[in-house]
Design a protein around this ligand. Structure first.
Ligand code: TYM
Length: 364
């Protein structure tokens, strides 16, 4: 085992909610692999986060193993990094509860991921922000604007866990004295909340938590949907054509790239504002091939989108073929052992922090 003395710690997590895609890989997992020599890394399969939306128990069990296999196939070395399942270390749920008493409803009301998942429209949300409507404080019988009603109705139908999700994420990060959190840019707001909660707790009870920094890649932080490049590529989008899944057959993935939405121009150029589709494909190509964007723009100057898409599809095929060959060689029993061993290594670190927290608040 490699010595971890004095290496700063990294923590990150991935939900076992299925359909892991090339965005998860290029925005987050690729960073995990690159950072594991420089940092003391803890990577978590966050099953308690996944159950904030309905899950089929048998599928969930399979997906927990699947995410750990993705980590291993991507190149995370369990001898260097801890890989474990969140629910195996009960300190996550315990600290989350304690942090719930530090977090405010107003903190969580600002979180956009909860609103996205609850199906609350951006317009309603912006309207409420402008009006500063406090739905939870409205006196009985008060006239509530339509946007507030929509918000309230949608919010009423999702679990409290989904609303509270960012507090559990803060607990994950803070338990491990984490210094750096590598994520895609959709998680930035959650890491900022984590920092705020840590500072608030430290201020109230004395220094316990390290204040973590977020690490977001310049390129790859937000891979966009293939069928609508103005939206983020997501596991939960209805259309399969929106994403390249890590277990898609290379041929199926190539077809999705060929069908990807682009503009009606024919110039291959990075311009996120006017050419979001082509810019997204350029980013994917560049990250997979290692060629820089300028080099690709020159290579495809004067050629049409058809040739360019074929080249992107080819890179995706090469990547998936190699990735899946590694994935298929991994035995599930080995994965289970790695997760068990990971939990044994994670637990003492987490317990130590939790103990300090309990002492400070007077419940030890
Ligand atoms: P999750 O499971 O949704 O996504 C896993 C990681 O993939 C990144 N990601 C993307 N990156 C680039 N382009 C995209 N289209 C894209 N879609 C997703 C996410 O930013 C994430 O880094 N809340 C987290 C899981 C979590 C966590 C944590 C992360 C729980 N506790 C503590 C860090 C630290 C999530 O839902 O990730």
């Amino acid at each position: 085992m490699v010595s971890k003395i004095n290496k700063p710690r990294i923590f990150s997590g991935v939900q076992p909610s299925g359909n892991l895609h090339i965005g998860n890989y290029l925005g987050a997992i690729i960073q995990f692999v690159a950072l594991q020599d420089e940092y003391d890394c803890v990577f978590c399969v966050v099953d308690l986060h996944a159950i904030t939306v309905p899950q089929d128990p048998d599928s969930l069990r399979k997906r927990i193993i699947e995410v750990a296999r993705f980590f291993l196939a991507a190149g995370i070395d369990p001898a260097k990094s801890i890989i474990f399942q969140q629910s195996d270390v009960s300190a996550h749920a315990e600290l989350s509860w304690i942090l719930n008493t530090v977090a405010r409803m107003s903190d969580l009301n600002k979180m956009t991921q909860f609103k996205d998942k609850a199906g609350i429209s951006e317009d309603d949300s912006k309207f409420l922000e402008r009006m500063k409507v406090k739905i939870f404080d409205s006196p009985p019988g008060a006239t509530i604007p339509k946007a507030a009603k929509n918000f309230y109705e949608k919010a009423s139908n999702v679990s409290v866990g989904l609303f509270d999700y960012p507090v559990l994420m803060a607990a994950d990060i803070l338990l491990y004295d984490t210094e750096v959190v590598p994520v895609g840019d959709d998680q930035l707001q959650h890491v900022e909340l984590t920092r705020d909660l840590a500072k608030r707790f430290n201020h109230q009870f004395g220094e316990v938590f390290k204040i973590p920094e977020v690490k977001i890649l310049k390129s790859g932080a937000r891979i966009m949907a293939l069928d609508d490049p103005t939206k983020k590529m997501s596991k939960s989008a209805e259309s399969e054509n929106s994403r390249i899944e890590l277990l898609d057959s290379p041929e199926k993935a190539a077809k999705k790239i060929m069908r990807a939405t682009t503009d009606s121009d024919s110039i291959v150029k990075l311009d996120y504002k006017n050419k979001p589709g082509i810019s997204n494909l350029l980013t994917i190509h560049s990250l997979l091939s290692g060629k820089d964007i300028k080099e690709l723009e020159n290579e495809f100057a004067g050629k049409g989108y058809g040739d360019f898409k074929k080249a992107v599809a080819e890179e995706v095929k090469i990547f998936l073929t190699a990735f899946q060959a590694k994935y298929n060689k991994i035995d599930d029993n080995d994965v289970r052992r790695i997760l068990e061993d990971g939990a044994k290594r994670a637990e003492p670190i987490a317990k130590k922090t939790l103990q300090k927290v309990k002492e400070r608040i007077g419940i030890n």
